[in-house]
Design a protein around this ligand. Structure first.
Ligand code: SF4
Length: 354
């Protein structure tokens, strides 16, 4: 994709996992062929920014050499699978089986249509985007269409493909677009979904977990050298929560960009790279966001955007500051390009305004 700071290249590691060699390859590629920015996405993928027409081919070659790109672009597009970071070996095997079945299926699903393999003791991905969810209930593995409060037993991963085909047959993707929850909201009901859905686990917090250390990343970005150093502590699992799980780690040193305290106000911040990294930016974003972090109440989100494109947080935020040539615009409960309630603010005014 093109963006204000060059091309964005999205990398979809298999099973939401990265080996140490893969992590090092991504870090090296981000520095050599991008602008050094590695983002964690809301679908547990990675994005490298600042790629140019000249650096794209060597980047793809480097990623391919580490099995981070599929040979077949359609197969890669279809394997849109979130996997719980707390997966055991059986869950990993289930995700791999689903990936293989999807690759062989030929299903033509909408680009954003995705699956969640969330088969730990309690589901942890229910707040994250997925259209078909494999979870675990008292009776064993279950299959749930997003938007449904009930599930059906899962006998085999092909059941998930049958549900995806049902979505298409019901007209869920007119013009190649559509999501399961929208179809369910229209009253469609998949057959056999008569078990209650399992309860959801509380939102994961940074720090120690039973499976390793959850490292939250400031601004959802991992500096290349931090990625290398994290990967030396244990295998990495990607999450859709702007965090990486370092499997088996019980502690970790202070690393640039890593947050281990769930009360850290920096977790309330969103910001694109801003100036000087992005030529489209009208101002620096991150230093300002850090300065304002203490004014953001717990549970709220402050988004500071270098321009109206809003690359750093495409969703609405409680407060958004969008840089313009005339100063900062303040948007409440909106995106970077939404109508502002105050315009042309000088950075010195912002603490009082917030
Ligand atoms: S939102 Fe930020 S990164 Fe995106 S184009 Fe604007 S200044 Fe650049």
């Amino acid at each position: 994709m093109e963006s204000g700071d060059g091309w964005v290249v999205r990398v979809r590691p298999r099973g939401s996992r990265l080996t140490a060699a893969q992590a090092a390859a991504v870090a090296d590629a981000a520095e050599a062929q991008g602008n050094g920015v590695i983002e964690l996405t809301g679908r547990a993928n990675l994005q490298l920014r600042g790629v140019t027409p000249d650096s794209h081919a060597p980047l793809i070659a480097a990623l391919r050499a580490h099995d981070l790109i599929d040979a077949d672009i359609d197969a890669e597009r279809r394997r849109n699978i979130l996997v719980t970071p707390f997966a055991d070996a059986a869950t990993d095997a289930l995700a791999a089986a689903l990936e293989a079945a999807l690759a062989a299926s030929g299903l033509m699903l909408p680009a954003k249509f995705g699956f969640a393999v969330d088969a730990g003791p309690l589901p942890v991905l229910t707040r994250d985007p997925a259209d078909i969810r494999i979870e675990r209930g008292p009776q064993g593995l279950t299959l749930r269409a997003d938007g449904m409060a009930t599930t059906s037993p899962l006998h085999d991963v092909t059941d998930a493909l049958v549900l995806a085909q049902w979505f298409l047959d019901q007209g869920g993707a007119p013009g190649g677009r559509g999501r399961m929850a929208a179809l369910i909201a229209q009253g469609a009901r998949p057959p056999g979904a008569d078990l209650p859905a399992p309860a959801t686990a509380p939102a994961a917090q940074p720090g120690a977990t039973g499976q390793g250390m959850l490292a939250a990343l400031e601004f959802g970005q991992v500096p290349p050298d931090t990625l290398r150093r994290l990967s030396r502590l244990g295998p990495l699992r990607l999450t859709p929560w702007r965090m990486l799980l370092v499997q088996g780690a019980h502690s970790m040193p202070d690393l640039p960009g890593v947050i281990l305290d769930g009360a850290d106000p920096r977790l309330r911040l969103r910001a694109c790279p801003g100036a000087p990294a992005c030529p489209q930016a009208h101002a620096a974003t991150r230093p300002l966001a850090r300065d304002l972090a203490g004014l953001v109440p717990p549970g709220a989100v402050l988004h500071v955007s270098g321009c109206a494109k809003g690359c750093g947080w495409p969703r609405p935020a409680d407060l958004t500051l969008t840089a313009t040539p005339a100063g900062f615009d303040l948007i409440r409960h909106g995106r970077a390009a939404d109508p502002a309630v105050l315009r042309g603010l000088h950075p010195d005014q912002l603490p009082r305004v917030l």
